[in-house]
Design a protein. Structure first.
Length: 144
């Protein structure tokens, strides 16, 4: 039964719902990534990185929203392509260069704390197929 059938006897409710839904989306998208105004380089890496290199500067200017921040922003669910986090949680080899190793370990730590420590529950998985997809599935997690 559609919403008009359910509320058929209450046209005032139908009008109210249409008005509310037209003014406010049913969901809000929040990016997991957070860009810092200035790069932050750990003390141990300062002599090994060149912040004049745009790619290196980008690596050290990129952060992640914590689970607490996501919850404070009203996030209840994460919609993630498995390819985004499996490259870190799949126990691949740690890169050898300092910048790549830093990024890899930072991302590994983030996804472990977000998804593996009982902080999120996978509710549903949507398999992907075809040449248009850049991965094998999309998972929807509920944050705890």
């Amino acid at each position: 039964m559609g919403s008009s059938g359910f509320y058929a006897s209450r046209p005032d409710w139908q009008a109210d719902l249409r008005r509310r839904w037209s003014q406010k989306p049913a969901y809000k998208m929040v990016n997991l990534e957070a860009w810092l105004s200035e790069p932050i380089v750990p003390e141990t890496l300062r002599s090994q990185v060149d912040l004049d290199d745009p790619e290196t500067r980008r690596v050290f200017s990129r952060g992640w929203r914590s689970r607490q921040r996501l919850r404070a922003d009203g996030v209840e669910f994460l919609v993630l392509p498995a390819a985004v986090y499996e490259r870190y949680l799949g126990h691949s080899e740690t890169p050898s260069t300092p910048v790549a190793r830093f990024r890899y370990l930072k991302n590994l730590s983030y996804f472990q704390s977000l998804l593996e420590d009982g902080q999120a529950e996978c509710l549903v998985t949507f398999p992907l197929s075809g040449q248009q997809s850049r991965g094998n599935r999309i998972d929807i997690f509920k944050l705890h």
